[in-house]
Design a protein around this ligand. Structure first.
Ligand code: AMP
Length: 150
């Protein structure tokens, strides 16, 4: 039986989210509390580096709101598929690794589950988000290996 009673699963809403959820359920006990989170990064920090500041930013709030509605629907679809209760679905804003840490600490989670892409050779073992979450986390972290198609 798993000793984890409060598990947070971080997903980027891609198709790999289902693989990560399944692994989280594998290590969860029947009475475990499971939370699902997605963190939306502010659009200015996503695009500022590649798009010059200017008229292109007019209406960005609306674009961001539309995107949020679309992403919330995706989060709900995944949560529905795995029977995650509405109050255990969390749509957060900010930097993914920072918000995942914050959520885990503020809510007393004892396990964080996320994905990491398989890397070939002796290169990086973990992706950027998994690496940042692992370093500085106060609880256990399960990094689920996602094998990319060649
Ligand atoms: P990455 O380092 O971007 O390849 O992401 C590795 C893993 O971190 C993903 O498989 C997710 O489990 C998690 N993750 C990445 N981005 C987000 C996000 N915006 N919100 C929640 N979890 C995320």
């Amino acid at each position: 039986m798993s000793g984890y009673s409060k598990i947070v699963v971080a997903v980027d809403l891609s198709t790999e989210s289902a693989i990560i959820m399944k692994r989280a359920l594998d290590v969860a006990a029947s009475e475990s509390e499971i939370h699902l989170i997605y963190v939306q990064e502010p659009m200015d920090s996503v695009y500022m580096g590649v798009v010059p500041y200017g008229p292109v930013f007019v209406g960005m709030d609306e674009v961001e709101e539309n995107l949020k509605a679309e992403l919330t629907q995706k989060l709900n679809n995944i949560a529905d598929e795995f029977n995650i209760a509405p109050d255990s679905r969390h749509f957060l804003n900010g930097t993914p690794a920072r918000e995942i840490h914050r959520f885990a600490e503020e809510n007393g989670m004892d396990l964080i589950v996320l994905g990491t892409h398989g890397q070939k050779g002796v290169k990086l073992l973990l992706g950027a988000t998994a690496n940042s979450v692992l370093h500085g986390s106060n609880c256990d972290v399960l990094a689920v290996r996602i094998f990319d198609a060649d």
